[in-house]
Design a binder for this molecule. Structure first.
Ligand code: SF4
Length: 80
């Protein structure tokens, strides 16, 4: 399954990921983006996504001003 990796500590809460992929992102009570249905892994949050969720999350990753969203394919290769 494709995956999103979010380096949440560095999030500045700009809202761009939520605008691009609202089914995967929301703003948490602390003002940072939260990756829905994710699990904490070391200092990151990781969520599996479906193929149809790849495009909007690549757009979210491209739009992130601090570059803390990675979208990976089935083999762990970084797509965006
Ligand atoms: S686009 Fe990046 S900096 Fe902006 S809220 Fe989302 S994760 Fe945080």
């Amino acid at each position: 399954m494709p995956k999103i990796v979010h380096f949440r500590d560095d999030c500045i809460g700009c809202f761009s990921c939520v605008e691009h992929a609202p089914s995967n992102w929301e703003i948490g009570e602390d003002g940072k983006a939260t990756l829905k249905r994710s699990k904490k892994k070391n200092s990151t949050f990781v969520a599996t996504i479906t193929d149809v969720e790849i495009e909007c999350n690549c757009n979210a990753a491209m739009s992130c001003p601090v570059g803390i969203i990675r979208v990976q394919d089935d083999n762990g290769r970084v797509i965006e």
